[in-house]
Design a protein around this ligand. Structure first.
Ligand code: SAM
Length: 266
């Protein structure tokens, strides 16, 4: 069966990487009642997930791969479909199990979208282990001052501990991708910086804050809400200079600014 490029098929073949992913999944599976594998492909990670002794559902878009996977792993519950459409909520309703360990070597073309979907569900996910291209990993895991820090990392850090655990070189896959990948671990914060009910509002705030990368934070925010003068005062209250840009402000501070200033009467 040859790899289908349009489905982002790069199959993991390195035994040492497979073992390391297996160990990581095992170390963070404690609270999970079930496992969701996204894009199992030929099953490189699937055997390790089944060893956890929890029910495993695997969502694979490639019908041909899904069929042979079901034959290789009779205990696996394989669903043919798009991981963006077979939602965790549906699986929870169906199985009455939560939270879930979600794992996958994500297809590059839809990796960001699938990851974002998952990160909106800290309530239902006890741990998320994903292999993604380094550039995307940095976008979600970077701290302020590190490469890639921006909208996505500022958003996810409010609700998740995000960590790049180890790199995976192109040679670990067949066919090899053009880029280095990273295995990332996301754990929901027991004390998130914002309420989960503030998720959508914080998203809008960050959209405004990072809207024009070269503009100042006060300038960007005032394009959507409030005056520049007032925002500069708010920044001053956080010890920030009036000309600071959003990517120079730690996620924790952005959360505070959102919480205290974004929704206030103006
Ligand atoms: N997990 C396998 C491994 O590590 O060898 C395969 C990883 S490969 C990078 C991505 C897998 O996701 C492929 O099997 C591909 O067919 C599948 N896939 C692509 N788009 C998908 C989607 N939207 N929903 C579910 N699976 C998808």
């Amino acid at each position: 069966m040859s790899a289908k490029k349009w489905l982002g098929q790069h199959f993991l073949v390195s035994p040492s990487v497979i073992k390391a992913v297996e160990a990581l999944c095992s170390s963070c599976s404690g609270e999970a009642e079930a496992v969701l594998e996204i894009g199992p492909g030929k099953g490189a990670m699937t055997g390790g997930l089944l060893k956890l002794g929890l029910p495993v559902i695997a969502v694979e878009k490639d019908e041909e791969l899904a069929r042979s996977l079901q034959i290789s792993f009779p205990d696996l519950d394989v669903r043919v479909g798009d991981a963006r459409e077979i939602t965790l909520e549906t699986l929870i309703q169906e199985t009455d199990r939560a939270p879930w360990l979600v794992a996958g070597n994500l297809p590059y073309n839809v990796g960001t979208k699938i990851l974002l979907e998952c990160l909106q569900k800290p309530r239902w996910i006890s741990a998320l282990v994903v292999m993604i291209q380094r550039e995307v990993a940095q976008k979600f895991c970077a701290e302020c001052g590190e490469a890639g820090y921006g909208f996505f990392s500022a958003w996810s850090q409010a609700f998740w501990h995000a960590e790049m655990k180890f790199p995976v070189p192109p040679g670990a896959f067949r066919p090899p991708p053009a880029v280095v990948s990273e295995v990332c671990l996301f754990l929901p914060k027991t004390e998130p910086w914002l309420d989960r009910g503030e998720m959508a509002g914080y998203w809008k705030f960050l959209k405004a804050a990072f809207g024009h990368p070269r503009k100042t934070l006060a300038g960007n925010l005032s394009l959507v809400q409030g005056s520049k003068k007032r925002w500069r005062e708010d920044l001053g209250g956080e010890g920030l200079l009036p000309g600071v840009r959003a990517d120079q402000v730690p996620a924790r501070t952005l959360c505070r600014l959102y919480h205290h200033a974004w929704n206030r009467e103006r």
